[in-house]
Write a protein that binds this ligand. Structure first.
Ligand SMILES: Nc1nc2c(ncn2[C@@H]2O[C@H](COP(=O)(O)OP(=O)(O)OP(=O)(O)O)[C@@H](O)[C@H]2O)c(=O)[nH]1
Ligand SMILES: [Mg+2]
Length: 359
């Protein structure tokens, strides 16, 4: 039984790559399990993977490093329930220092007979391009610190979303990255391209053990500050669509949400839109094309649920205000719509305190 740890910044494509890879493996007759991880309680990624019929367990309420025992329990849970051939575990997008706090503890302390085969770190090609060209990233310094540290500890770095730029430019970025980090294995990736997903799978399934991975130096004051600057907002809004059509309601709401979020740097704003028939995951970031509009068509039914997981560089009050403004606007535009708000949580994450830290 093998497991593969996938890290990388918020919105870099971890869930997309894992679920696409899992689909390939399932089609080949293999059993796959997924461990998702996030700070809040109602996770869009878990619901999304479950909507694809992929066995998924979650570590909630903090990252793998601060909930290490729960991570092991969830690996056990998957082993005992579905006996998977392969497990993918996705860490929180603002988590770093995984070599010292997850990989080494697992290798040195764990009794589980599940082999940790690989550790991949994804990065969005557009953020990496800015970083390698010494251009500012759209976050404050200590948030960028987390991004940098994730890259520093990667031994397999996947430059994801290369479909968004032309091939010559992608090759140029790869070249720059290899010059800057000669010791790493670096691959161009697009989670949307089957052949590239297969290449990644071959790479991670053939990989050597991870015992030689060096720990990084981590300044936990900067890390804690970076984490805290990214406010978390979680909630589910149940819309009763009244005389309107479900997709009109959701499009209006998501448009407004994005509009009011615009002043703030978005790590990732993801929404799971669900009615009785379908579940659609939508990502709204500053950095992404509006492909979600094509997904939201023909949402029939009386009720539509929107589960929001937002990670935004802003205060809690500002993020809550954004949702309130978007709802107010929706009510003005479509007065017959009513809604109830549930599972509301908004917080700044606590300082990371890893269960173990082995260097
Ligand atoms: N164009 C393009 N978009 C991608 C690719 N991979 C992921 N995306 C999009 O990027 C957005 C974020 O993808 P996710 O897979 O949710 O990212 P994540 O790393 O799991 O995000 P968090 O869990 O919030 O850290 C979604 O809109 C995806 O459709 C890719 O290879 N190409
Ligand atoms: Mg994810």
């Amino acid at each position: 039984m093998e497991w593969h740890l996938v890290g990388g910044f918020l919105g870099s494509g971890k869930t997309t790559l894992i679920t696409r890879a899992a689909k390939h493996l399932i089609e080949q007759g293999l059993q796959v399990g997924i461990v998702t991880n996030d700070q809040g309680a109602t996770l869009v990624d878990s619901a999304f993977a479950q909507s694809l019929d992929m066995p998924t367990v979650e570590v909630t309420g903090g990252c793998f490093c601060c909930n290490y025992t729960d991570l092991e329990n969830q690996l056990l849970n998957l082993r005992d329930s579905i006996s998977p051939d392969i497990i993918f575990a996705e860490s929180v997008g603002s988590c770093a220092d995984l070599v010292s706090t997850v990989i080494k503890p697992y290798q040195q302390l764990s009794q589980l007979e599940i082999t940790l085969n690989s550790f991949s770190v994804l990065t969005d090609v557009r953020l990496l391009r800015r970083y390698l060209n010494n251009q500012p990233l759209p976050f404050s310094d200590n948030v960028v610190y987390i991004f940098e540290k994730q890259i520093e500890e990667a031994n397999l770095m996947m430059i994801n979303k290369c479909d968004l730029i032309d091939k010559t430019e992608a090759d140029r970025i790869l070249h720059l990255a290899k010059q800057r980090f000669p010791e790493k294995t670096i691959l161009l990736q697009s989670a949307f391209e089957d052949a590239k997903v297969d290449t990644w799978l071959r790479e991670i399934r053939d990989s050597d053990d991870l015992t030689s991975l060096p720990s990084i130096h981590m300044d936990y004051d900067k890390y804690a500050d970076g984490e805290a600057r990214l406010a978390w907002l979680n909630e589910t809004i149940v819309f009763t669509v009244g005389e309107s059509k479900g997709h009109a309601v959701i499009k209006q709401f998501l448009n407004d949400l994005r509009h009011y979020m615009k002043p703030y740097p978005i790590g990732h704003l993801k929404v799971l839109v669900a009615n009785d028939i379908q579940q659609i995951k939508v990502s709204l970031t500053n950095n992404i094309q509006d492909t979600w509009k094509e997904q939201i068509v023909d949402l029939h039914g009386y009720e539509v649920h929107c589960t929001i997981n937002a990670r935004i560089e802003a205060s809690i009050t500002d993020v809550e205000h954004v949702v309130e403004e978007a709802l107010k606007n929706l009510k003005q535009a479509l007065p017959s719509v009513t809604y109830t708000r549930t599972n509301q949580e908004a917080f700044h994450p606590q300082r990371p305190v890893p269960t173990h830290r082995l260097t």
